[in-house]
Write a protein that binds this ligand. Structure first.
Ligand code: CTP
Length: 404
């Protein structure tokens, strides 16, 4: 089991997402790890000490000034006896305390006293997440080397919609595994190019054609390639997720701009085309806002966009050694993927079924099939981070074989 023998100190902050931390304890123990928990005063308003203790099989720590707790295990030892400290949910208040180095309760004291890595799963109202103060704290914590998972986009308990939901327990457990995984720098010295997100094709100065891509999968691939030691160029359409750490990001809007940025970023050893590029753009973009008129709605005449993957796949000079395309399909997934492999001259297609209620577009999980000329490998349902890790490991192996 991936977390065999690993000890996690879980700090449960005060937020409605605290109920998911109970599921997280199960997920960690299912993977072989053990959990000791600190429940903050606010956290105890949402889950009980008894349920945390029952699931973790350990005493739950709540109070900095408890003589019995301190006699059993001092707060310093508590924070050091773990292999990893996880804060889930991490409220805006906890993030602010961490960024400032405040220590006025057991959770913040343990966080300041620890000599172990810290992984944080933020959860808060969307406005609180987007507030300049929280974003400033986030940047400070990232620079301090704190690891983050989430938050996700979605409907919130407070009725608002946007980023701020705590990552799902499975995704947090994946991030815990990733934090323990020995960093193998299999792509050291290589240049990996990744496209991600949607493109926006303007109709007039205020309107555009777009799609539902969030950029989560492409950004996760760029992050995984950087962790594997590669120099990474990420060409991204408009997205609302943060830039991955250690990656050069080129932000573009349209398919034309994306193609130019990709061509400019060459040469690359490996290229992964994950962006959901709009297939068409408006033939004649209006310089002025289109107005309603008696003549009825305007007819939009469309013209094809360049196919970026196919253009790079068919290059005779400067073609990356390994080119990966994505295929988002709603039916005949494998057949269509095989067709694209051929037509777009790429080496692998990562195919997924985005139909119906799959929840893949914009979600955190993905179920993919790796389609090559002579094989199809179907992976189980995984978090997008894990798909990225596995894909990068596969590409590193293929690249090493090809350059032997
Ligand atoms: N792609 C691209 N440039 C485009 C369209 C697609 O680079 N103009 C890339 C995507 O990044 C992805 C792959 O091509 O890697 C497949 O895209 P998809 O939209 O699934 O396929 P299409 O070529 O658009 O085919 P269809 O619409 O018929 O499914």
């Amino acid at each position: 089991m991936a977390l065999n023998g690993k000890r996690v100190l879980l700090i449960i902050g005060g937020g409605i997402a605290a109920y998911k931390s109970l599921e997280l304890i199960r997920e960690i123990t299912k993977r072989g790890g053990s959990v000791r928990a600190i429940l903050t005063k606010a956290g105890a308003e949402f889950v009980t000490s008894l349920s945390v203790a029952s699931l973790s099989g350990e005493k739950v720590f709540t109070d900095l000034f408890s003589l019995t707790d301190e006699a059993e295990m001092g707060h310093i030892e508590l924070s050091r006896s773990a292999d990893l400290v996880v804060v889930a949910p991490a409220t805006a208040d906890i993030l602010a305390k961490m960024a400032q180095g405040l220590a006025n309760d057991l959770a913040s004291t343990a966080l300041l006293a620890t000599d172990k890595r810290v992984l944080v799963a933020p959860a808060m109202n969307v406005r609180m997440w987007q507030h300049a103060a929280t974003q400033r704290n986030l940047a400070t914590l990232k620079a301090d080397g704190i690891l983050f998972v989430g938050p996700d986009d979605g409907a919130m308990a407070c009725g608002e919609f946007g980023p701020g939901r705590m990552a799902e327990p499975v995704a947090i457990a994946d991030a815990i595994e990733a934090a323990f995984a020995p960093v193998s720098r299999v792509l050291e010295g290589r240049h990996v190019l990744v496209t991600s997100g949607p493109t926006h094709e303007p109709i007039d100065p205020v309107r555009y054609i777009a799609n539902r891509s969030s950029g989560k999968q492409g950004h996760a691939i760029a992050a995984a390639a950087a962790r594997a030691g590669a120099k990474v160029t990420l060409v991204s359409g408009p997205v609302s997720i943060p830039h991955p750490v250690g990656v050069t990001v080129i932000s573009v809007e349209t398919a034309d701009e994306m193609l130019r940025a990709v061509q400019h970023a060459l040469p690359a050893d490996i290229a992964v085309f994950c962006a959901a590029v709009a297939d068409w753009r408006v033939a004649a973009q209006s310089g002025d806002k289109l107005k309603k008129s008696e003549a009825g709605p305007p007819a939009l005449s469309l013209t094809p966009n360049p196919d970026i993957l196919s253009t790079i796949g068919h290059l005779s000079a400067n073609r990356p050694s390994l080119i990966v395309g994505f295929a988002a399909e709603t039916s005949n997934v494998i057949d269509y993927a095989r067709g694209k492999l051929d037509k777009k001259a790429c080496d692998l297609i990562v195919a997924n079924d985005v139909g119906g209620d799959s929840g893949i577009m914009g979600g955190d999980m993905n179920t993919v099939h790796i389609v090559s000329k002579d094989a199809v490998d179907s992976w189980p349902k995984l978090s997008k981070t894990e798909v990225a890790e596995r894909l990068i490991a596969l590409l590193a192996t293929k690249f090493a074989k090809a350059s032997r």
